[in-house]
Design a protein around this ligand. Structure first.
Ligand code: 5HM
Length: 316
């Protein structure tokens, strides 16, 4: 990050975005579960992070769901209904060969030969370049799953990454996909390696990035342990969660913390996500000045820390 702001290798202006760039950047997370930064200058939005991860895991590409959590994504949709290349879950979990997805093919391969080097999930497709006006060309080239010594390691290859806007949510969602894949393969979570071709910061974000870096460097660093995804997480878990997600997104239902904790039949890990969706429903649909404090109280301390900083109605 420091490189792209203080000592850029290049100045680029692709598609009207003036940016500073460094070519060929990579880093590794030894504990990919610690996927969220706790910084006041770069307020992560856990509601969006979980919504995006679930949208991917469910193989979706509809703007209706993801646009509710990130209205800015509407501008990436060519038809106002679907996302294109950035609907990574649709590419990974949708049918690819005789009704089986890329994810199915790779997990079947790795169950039979864990040492394989072939467990690659390609995402970027050359066909995306055929239309010069395509607003949404996949930034993710592919994800490489490498089971070794009982752990599932993953290498992520990105053709391009916006270090201010894209990186945070990409690392969150891809490590969630990694953890989900580890569970399906009966493995423990290994390392996560992120590689970027064009690592850049848009000029209009450079000042904020400088403030984020100053905060990270000056400390004290706030951190909260992120719990492990339950080992029984399966496609049906994602479907079940998304039934509640939709009911809250469309304002058809409203939940109390107690209802979420006692009536939905969800593991406490996933209850946290429904608590976030209900909080967001209160902010978006009820437009409350202050959210229900019982919901905030029921959140894990790390998620509460982020929500109270991100949303004024949670801080009141
Ligand atoms: O012109 P281009 O298609 O490269 O612009 C896409 C921009 O979105 C780039 O700045 C890219 O780095 C950023 N991006 C990202 O960082 C986009 C997506 C969605 O595919 C992403 N991460 N996941």
């Amino acid at each position: 990050m420091q490189l792209a702001t203080k000592e850029p290798e290049h100045r680029i202006d692709a598609r009207g975005n003036a940016a500073r760039e460094v070519i060929g950047v990579s880093f590794r997370l030894n504990n990919p579960r610690q996927r969220l930064p706790y910084l006041v200058e770069r307020k992560a939005n856990p509601v969006f992070q979980f919504a995006e991860a679930l949208w991917y895991l469910a193989g979706r590409r509809d703007l209706e769901m993801i646009g509710y959590y990130a209205p800015s994504m509407r501008s990436y949709s060519a038809d106002g209904i679907h996302l294109g290349g950035s609907a990574y879950g649709h590419t990974l979990f949708g049918p690819a060969h005789k009704g089986r997805s890329r994810f199915d093919l790779v997990t079947e391969l790795l169950l039979n030969e864990p040492d394989s080097k072939r467990g690659y999930l390609p995402v970027f497709s050359p066909a995306e370049l055929a239309d010069r006006s395509n607003p949404d060309v996949a930034c993710l080239a592919g994800l490489h799953l490498l089971p070794r010594d009982g752990h599932l390691n993953m290498v992520c290859n990105m053709r391009a990454n916006d270090l201010d806007c894209g990186l945070l949510s990409d690392v969150f969602s891809f490590t969630m996909i990694q953890e989900y894949a580890a569970i399906q393969l009966g493995l423990r979570l290994g390392t996560y390696t992120h590689t970027i071709g064009s690592a850049h910061v848009n000029d209009h974000n450079a000042e904020r990035v400088r403030r984020v870096l100053d905060e990270a460097a000056s400390g004290p660093v706030v951190n909260f342990p992120f719990p492990a995804m339950p080992l029984d997480t399966a496609p049906t878990t994602i479907e079940h969660l998304l039934v509640h997600e939709e009911a809250l997104r469309t304002n058809e239902l409203r939940y109390t913390a107690q209802h979420i904790q006692t009536r939905l039949g969800l593991h406490p890990y996933w209850q946290q996500v429904v608590l976030l969706f209900e909080l967001y429903r209160q902010i978006q649909h009820d437009q409350v000045d202050t959210v229900d404090p019982a919901l905030l109280h029921a959140l894990d301390p790390g998620l509460r820390w982020l929500m109270t900083r991100k949303w004024p109605a949670c801080a009141a």
